[in-house]
Write a protein that binds this ligand. Structure first.
Ligand SMILES: Cc1ncc(COP(=O)(O)O)c(CN[C@@H]2CONC2=O)c1O
Length: 500
């Protein structure tokens, strides 16, 4: 038939004239080749193949399912969305529901009220329309009020840029700051590899500062200073300092005094402070508390004219875990008006972020309050999720610390554990023979033996000669004992196999 003929012809054309295709691996942007993002790297690709094999043959491997512990994606592992948030979203997206009498029996009073309030902030009540490039003004007003309630300092809604998750906001700021490899960004090691990937894509230089595993991933100002001076001696203009608090992959929550030192350091060294605070709701230990860098800077008396501070927030984390809805924002403060106009111009290039993400960002920053119809159920959902995460973190941390040659700092916050493994020399040699980093060798063996997917520490950076992996705390609580058993059994057999 014609379709078969066209199909075979096109396939033939592709195979015969592959060499005449216009794009080769050597002709694409070398910055793309240099870019790496380990959270969805090689181990995950192998896992997806194993998962396909299991679909066609459930007995293919010594396990019956793949457990993805590589990515902070709570709802993919069974976490439910927050009811009130989804009620408001549904009503905003299908406004005719608001005219139906049955709706009052299906939706809470305050979700109906909130939906009307949001719709009245959207021109034409049209969630399908492009919005202002920084996001719907009314939603930015709500977010600004939420931040003021959190920090006790004023927020200008015009400093807020609503984005499709924190990722594009981070890309935007790095694109603004990086002109060449002569521009450097101070990043923590271990770091969340969006930063190294974005710096590579934007042609800049990553200037590392090492978090100290021995002190619970503490950040030493003296090390920051040493790294800046070393970079400057090589002709690199250090433009900004990235701080991820709570930390990914390391899970530490900064002490407020350490934050004050960091703000003073940025002020003294003329660095933009890029404060990644996407895990601000994820704090599990009673001796630590989240403080925004905005609050710390303003409490030190630093205002708009004293320090350039960009704070990032996301709807992907916390207790909400709305990763796929792609919502978040950055608050941009301390830039001259002409530079501020260039940031706005960057935002206009992508027109606007998606409206569902914008609505959810406003709900995250202004959730139900005491007395609201949904408040009790909202609090029960929120605290249920966060206390379960805290228990899972503790259980996995203890299990890891019980493994031979493994040490794991406590997860004070965020969603990950980042244990260090002292691998036997024979395992390191076997990895070299397999042309694989030792921690990636361990992770591949773990996956093939148990179906558990974790990310090698080499994907985040680590002190040379040390080996780690990152595991999320996200599998549903009832699955954690099985994961611990599989991991423990595998680890023992691995260490026995490669014992010196
Ligand atoms: C520190 C940090 N910043 C920004 C982001 C980007 O989030 P959104 O673009 O979704 O807002 C992530 C996502 N965390 C990745 C994704 O899941 N696991 C991770 O390590 C993150 O961990």
């Amino acid at each position: 038939s014609l379709s078969r003929f066209l199909s075979s012809t096109s396939k033939m054309a592709a195979s015969d004239s592959a060499s005449s295709l216009p794009v080769t691996i050597d002709s694409i942007n070398p910055k793309v080749l240099k870019c790496e993002y380990a959270v969805r790297g090689e181990i995950v690709n192998i896992a997806q193949k194993l998962q396909d094999d299991l679909k066609s043959n459930k007995d293919a491997y010594p396990f019956d399912e793949i457990i993805y512990c590589n990515i902070g994606n709570p709802q993919s592992l069974g976490q439910l969305p927050i009811k009130f948030f989804r009620e408001v979203l549904a009503l905003c997206d299908h406004t005719s529901l608001l005219d139906e009498s049955e709706t009052h029996g299906l939706f809470s009073t305050d979700s109906i009220d909130r939906a009307w309030k949001i719709l009245d902030q959207i021109p034409g009540r049209a969630t399908g329309a492009y919005s202002h490039s920084q996001g719907i003004k009314g939603l930015r007003d709500t977010i600004a009020a939420g931040m003021e309630a959190r920090d006790g300092f004023p927020v200008d809604p015009n400093d807020i840029f609503l984005t499709d998750g924190a990722s594009p906001a981070i890309h935007m700021m790095l694109q603004l700051l990086l002109s060449s490899e002569k521009d450097g960004i101070l990043c923590p090691i271990p770091q969340y590899p969006l930063y190294s990937a974005s710096i590579a894509l934007n042609g800049g230089s990553l200037v590392p500062y090492y978090l100290d595993e021995a002190t619970g991933w503490g950040l030493e100002i003296s090390d920051l200073k040493k790294q800046v001076e070393e970079a400057r001696s090589k002709g690199i203009a250090v433009r900004a300092l990235v701080v991820i608090n709570p930390g990914n992959p390391t899970g530490q929550v900064l002490a407020e005094e350490n934050q004050r030192d960091i703000v003073n350091f940025c002020k003294q060294e003329g660095l933009v402070l890029l404060a990644d605070e996407v895990y601000q709701e994820n704090v599990y230990v009673s001796d630590k508390k989240f403080h925004s860098f905005k609050k710390v800077a303003r409490s030190l008396g630093y205002g708009e004219k004293d320090i350039s501070l960009v704070s990032f927030q996301s709807i992907s984390k916390g207790y909400y875990g709305e990763c796929g809805k792609r919502g978040g924002y950055m608050e941009v403060t301390g830039f001259t008006s002409d530079v501020r106009e260039q940031i706005y111009k960057l935002a206009t290039v992508n027109l606007c972020s998606n409206i569902s993400g914008q609505i959810l960002a406003s709900l995250v920053m202004s959730p139900p309050k005491p007395g609201d119809d949904s408040y009790d159920s909202y609090i029960a959902e929120r605290d249920g999720i966060l206390t379960s995460m805290a228990r899972r973190a503790k259980t996995l941390e203890e299990a890891l610390n019980n493994l031979e040659g493994v040490t794991c700092n406590r997860a004070e916050g965020a969603m990950y554990l980042f244990p260090r493994i002292d691998l036997p020399q024979k395992a390191i040699e076997a990895a070299e023979t397999a042309n694989t980093a030792p921690d990636a060798f361990y992770c591949k063996r773990l996956l093939n033996a148990t179906g558990i997917v974790v990310v090698p520490g080499s994907g985040f950076g680590q002190v040379p000669g040390t080996w780690h992996f990152r595991c999320t705390i996200l599998p549903q609580e009832e699955k954690i004992p099985d994961i611990v058993n599989r991991l423990t059994e595998f680890h023992k057999s691995f260490m026995d196999e490669f014992r010196n």
